[in-house]
Design a protein around this ligand. Structure first.
Ligand SMILES: Cc1cc2nc3c(=O)[nH]c(=O)nc-3n(C[C@H](O)[C@H](O)[C@H](O)COP(=O)(O)OP(=O)(O)OC[C@H]3O[C@@H](n4cnc5c(N)ncnc54)[C@H](O)[C@@H]3O)c2cc1C
Length: 435
């Protein structure tokens, strides 16, 4: 058998089923022009991926293999490869979003496509209700996953007996040749993160919402690009007493991928309610410039713009503010996050935005709205997170960072007044949804 091993969001050699086959192989990675053409030239993700693609190449070389790297569309790459060689199949795993499915479908018309399930632990049809339909509520889905977990094969995948196809592997495209600027992104080993997480687990449940306590794993970017496998994380943690709360979050990720698979229209359309906010350019501009006048929201947006990451609790506050206080359509917020998040994942992002907007499958009820001032008072009382990203608020006593009346009435140098009055905005939002 002669196979193409197409690495996409599984950029690792350890515990990766794509490397478990025997026979002649051509491992490839495609910097996909269809995707890259829409990205900003300073996009941090491209630098992150580039680093891990080069690492993957070196790691494959240590196994006596290699990686052929392309900068083109997958359609062109496969056309050329199939003119040159006689392949039996292509092996890959991937995503459930529209572009990914369409791309894979097109390639499957040219060559037998063996689809692996390395992105999630469970295949979309493994966890179904008794009547064979997908779960629509997280808690019963989670319970069923916990029931099935002990039966799941979690052992490390063995590397197959592969022979590298004779081809040209040395030609490499640089970031600059693809038109991107090299950005400094924090690259921390996912295995070190996993070790640190084990120390954090006892306090994960109680501390994870406090923005400055560094109580979470920071593994989302690694799960996004597969620099560590989800099976390995489950294997390492599922027998630890204190891991249940963390496993629950991992299962949220599974649930969101699962929902996008079963309900593809969620990518762009509400599951519940036809009301979808009202687009307002001026409000949107203030939001994306982190000039809302609400300290915790602006700090979160600055964190995102500076680092490509935003703390989970702040993502929830920001998305609630966007969809309820500003009454903007969630799709615009989703697209803004998609542009800047290093860990951007279509399923998690779309479903989280729909959860916040109250429009998704099993969402937060539309009448439950985060009060950003109470949230920051609770989870950033001293204002350390806010002040880290908002130097213009450094001199302001912390209590005022959570005091809407003060912020509305006083002039703060270089900082705008809140763009909405929370209580009034929420009343309007709830009425709009109710109608
Ligand atoms: C509006 C909004 C948008 C989001 N967009 C994304 C996104 O594009 N990509 C993304 O990976 N996560 C997204 N999340 C989920 C969550 O915020 C991040 O996964 C988390 O902050 C990443 O930090 P961590 O790895 O330290 O998380 P940890 O607390 O250590 O969680 C462990 C892992 O569980 C998963 N996870 C945790 N919380 C969630 C959640 N609510 N939904 C789905 N998976 C979760 C992630 O893979 C995460 O790495 C979003 C949440 C919100 C509210």
């Amino acid at each position: 058998m002669k196979r193409i091993l197409w690495f996409r969001r599984d950029l690792r050699v350890k515990d990766n089923k794509i490397l478990s086959f025997d026979g002649e192989v051509l491992p490839i990675f495609i910097f996909d022009k269809n995707i890259l053409q829409h990205l900003d030239k300073e996009d941090k993700r491209v630098s992150f991926i580039y680093f891990y693609v080069m690492k993957l190449k070196r790691d494959l070389q240590k196994l006596g293999l290699d990686l052929k790297i392309f900068y083109d569309t997958p359609q062109n790459v496969f056309e050329r490869l199939l003119q040159e060689y006689d392949f039996d199949e292509v092996i890959a795993s991937g995503d459930y979003d529209t572009y990914a499915k369409q791309r894979d479908r097109e390639i499957s018309h040219k060559l037998h496509f063996r689809y692996l399930n390395e992105t999630y632990l469970f295949k979309p049809n493994e966890v179904l209700k008794k009547d064979g339909t997908p779960y629509l509520v997280f808690t019963p889905f989670f319970k069923e996953v916990l029931k099935q977990l002990p039966l799941k094969e979690l052992s490390c995948t063995k590397i197959g007996d592969m022979k590298l196809l004779d081809a040209e592997y040395d030609k490499q495209v640089s970031l600059e040749e693809m038109g991107f600027v090299k950005k400094d992104v924090a690259i921390l080993s996912p295995y070190e993160k996993l070790e640190k997480l084990k120390q954090k687990l006892p306090l994960y449940k109680t501390e994870r919402d406090f923005m400055m306590r560094d109580a979470t794993s920071h593994l989302s970017v690694d799960l996004r690009f597969g620099t560590v496998g989800v099976r390995e994380i489950f294997r390492e943690l599922c027998n630890m007493k204190e891991s249940l709360e963390f496993i629950r979050e991992l299962v949220f990720r599974e649930f969101y991928g699962y929902l996008l698979f079963h309900f593809p229209s969620l990518e762009t359309h509400n599951f519940k309610y036809t009301f979808n906010g009202v687009y307002d350019q001026e409000k949107y501009e203030k939001f994306i410039k982190a000039k809302t006048g609400v300290p915790i929201v602006d700090a979160g947006l600055r964190e995102l713009l500076e680092t490509g990451y935003m703390h989970n609790r702040v993502r929830m506050i920001v998305a609630s503010f966007f969809t309820k206080d500003l009454l903007l359509p969630w799709q615009f917020g989703e697209a803004f996050f998609a542009k800047h998040l290093l860990d951007y994942d279509k399923a998690s992002n779309v479903l989280s935005w729909q959860w916040s907007a109250g429009t998704g499958v099993d969402p937060q009820p539309y009448f439950r709205v985060f009060n950003p001032y109470l949230q920051s008072k609770k989870f950033d009382k001293e204002g350390l997170y806010i002040k880290k990203y908002m130097p213009e608020l450094k001199e302001l006593p912390s209590k005022y960072l959570h005091d809407e009346a003060y912020l509305l009435s006083k002039d703060i140098p270089n900082y705008p007044k809140p763009m909405v009055v929370h209580k009034e905005a929420v009343k309007k939002a709830v009425e709009s949804f109710k109608n």
